[in-house]
Ligand binder design. Structure first.
Ligand code: SF4
Length: 594
């Protein structure tokens, strides 16, 4: 550490927040770089305070470091001032723990959480002295792999990444590192060819149709500690993943369709993991993580036991996303044991017709019951998630968002309850690969702006609601990248060459640069984002097999046109194809009666 501090003294003393760049956090693994047979650096292409909270990163870091043969280090995207200083003093990026240059690792693994971070990945490669194009890398360079939601359409960045991990990473990461350990003396091509044979790995140089990997969560693979950020990060809390996958099958949701089938962790393991994680880290909050946390078979029982365990300690629970139809008065009471956590509900659409189109399987009555249960228990702040620009949306569906809030206010008033303050986070529909709506074109920016004004015209009637709209311009770029083919690589490269960096932060996006480069390259990203494809045409993500039958997705799209719902796979299997094609099955915890 002292050698590093001497070497980087000038940079660290001149940059903002040097604590982002020094490592040595409490609970970091700090494994011996030289003693490890295979070394991997997990690189998060966003700022330290975002990356250090990422749960996927924590899982892989834990699994790799639990293996005596391997070591895992971490790196995050530095802020622009730090990059400038690296450039000025001719220094390269390094692993936070080992302080070894990133180009001295065997593997760099990038998290693909968000399309707008693609150019950041290229910049991080440049500052690691690694060629950005896979074709320009040789034996001396690390193998660059990437995984996460954006890997389900690898085409736009397939010229820059050597291997994509498709699906759950827990087992596949060990298999990749083990295989590499056995053949690391071979040529780079031979290594890549061998790794490309592993199920769940897509290698653009040796392409094959790739099937996602499925992992049945176990206790050992789950971390019970993780490096604690030197300063406030986005999620300063212990996290226990209670369930993977969601069988509700909302038609816009990529996570639901790419993480099937549902696999629940059992209650005893969840309790033990939560207690250990809190004890090891000293956090005063634990999150029970899932795509819909209160769908877990034993959610009330789990919180009741943990409430007892943590009684009087000031440690409280948070459920990151909740289904309104599973929110009961009992759950509301259980969650207020220590202090009031945030209640977040995602109706997604204001009207019943629209909720049927998107297959939300949620009635207005269920939403009202959830909100009133919270307000009766003393919550006065509720957060809602809505989406506008959804397929087959009409103006009255948008206005129904305001009507829903008015109805909530009316019901609270009627019961003599305090009217809650409501924050609505309103995003714009982005057609995601491997969903029934992946073919459907996005609304134009002008159309989204019109719908936004339409809803804002009703704002005086819902004074207790704050309406936060996601940017339609950014949403259009997301839609372009998420559905793009290999040709988008040229665009991404030119954006990077012209300074695009940390564009996951809207204030960094130079929209004029995007427009002028797109024009120069003959790319009409607005048209690409807003075009509805023929479901039977070839699409870039056809090379990835999620297990879902394409005809089933098309059938869901057709049902959406008629506002017909599909019963959640929790209730009845709708034969999406996953369980048969991937020879797996859904797994639920046994109901426990306390
Ligand atoms: S095949 Fe049936 S049970 Fe399996 S994920 Fe699909 S809908 Fe659910």
């Amino acid at each position: 550490m002292s050698v590093f501090l001497d070497e980087f003294a000038l940079i660290l003393s001149s940059c903002e927040r040097p604590s982002r760049y020094i490592g040595d956090e409490f609970l970091s693994a700090n494994k011996d770089f030289n003693a490890a047979k295979v070394r991997v650096a997990f690189v998060f292409p966003d700022k330290y305070e975002i990356g250090i909270s990422n749960f996927g990163h924590k899982i892989l870091y834990h699994i790799v470091n639990s293996n005596p043969n391997f070591m895992a280090d971490r790196a995050y995207a530095p802020d622009k001032d730090f990059l400038e200083l690296l450039s000025k003093y001719d220094k390269k990026l390094y692993g936070l723990e080992s302080k070894k240059p990133l180009n001295s690792f065997d593997f760099l693994g990038f998290a693909l959480q968000y399309e707008m971070s693609y150019t950041t990945i290229l910049k991080l490669l440049e500052f690691s002295d690694i060629p950005v194009f896979s074709s320009a890398r040789s034996e001396e360079h690390p193998i660059i792999f990437a995984g996460g939601p954006c890997a389900y359409n690898p085409a736009p960045i397939s010229e820059f990444i050597d291997l994509f991990i498709i699906g759950d990473g827990e087992e596949v990461i060990v298999e990749i590192l083990d295989t590499y350990n056995k053949i690391k003396a071979s040529s780079r091509d031979d290594i890549l060819k061998e790794l490309s044979r592993i199920e769940g790995v897509y290698c653009p140089k040796f392409p094959k149709r790739t099937t996602k990997r499925i992992f049945i969560p176990n206790k050992e693979s789950h971390p019970t500690k993780s490096p604690i950020s030197h300063f406030v990060s986005v999620h300063d809390r212990a996290t226990v993943e209670i369930r993977r996958g969601c069988g509700r099958l909302c038609r816009f949701c990529q996570s639901a369709h790419t993480n099937l089938p549902v696999r629940e962790r059992n209650m005893d393991d969840i309790i033990s993991l939560a207690c250990d994680y809190v004890r090891n880290t000293g956090y005063d909050e634990y999150s029970l993580l899932s795509l819909s946390s209160n769908d877990h078979t034993n959610i009330e029982e789990i919180i009741a036991v943990l409430n007892d365990y943590f009684k009087g300690s000031g440690i409280n629970v948070s459920l990151p996303s909740q289904r309104a139809d599973k929110f009961s008065l009992k759950l509301a009471q259980l969650m207020q044991q220590e202090k009031k956590a945030t209640i977040t509900i995602a109706p997604e659409a204001g009207s019943q017709r629209m909720r049927d189109v998107i297959n939300k399987n949620l009635t207005q009555e269920q939403i009202l019951n959830a909100v009133l249960s919270c307000v009766r228990c003393g919550w006065d702040k509720i957060k809602f998630y809505f989406i506008i620009g959804l397929p087959f949306e009409q103006d009255e569906d948008v206005l129904a968002i305001a009507d829903l809030i008015k109805t909530i206010n009316f019901n609270c008033k009627n019961e003599g309850l305090k009217i809650p303050s409501i924050t609505c986070s309103i995003s714009v529909f982005v057609p995601k690969p491997h969903t029934p709506f992946g073919w459907h074109g996005q609304n134009t920016i002008a159309e989204i702006e019109r719908k936004k004004q339409l809803l804002l015209s009703r704002k005086p009637e819902i004074k207790n609601a704050k309406l936060n709209f996601h940017s339609p311009r950014v949403s259009q770029l997301e839609a372009y990248f998420t559905r793009a083919g290999i040709e988008a690589g040229k665009f991404i490269y030119q954006l990077y060459k012209n300074g695009s960096y940390l564009d996951s932060w809207e204030e960094n996006i130079d929209f004029d640069l995007y427009s002028s480069l797109a024009e120069k390259l003959g790319i009409d990203f607005a048209k690409e984002a807003c075009t509805t494809f023929d479901p039977n045409c070839e699409i870039p993500w056809d090379i990835i097999n999620t297990g879902i039958n394409k005809q089933w997705l098309i059938g869901e799209y057709e049902k959406a046109k008629l506002a017909h719902s599909t019963i959640p796979c929790e209730v009845k299997c709708s034969n999406c194809g996953v369980c048969t094609n991937l020879k797996t099955k859904k797994y639920y915890d046994k109901k426990v009666n306390l």
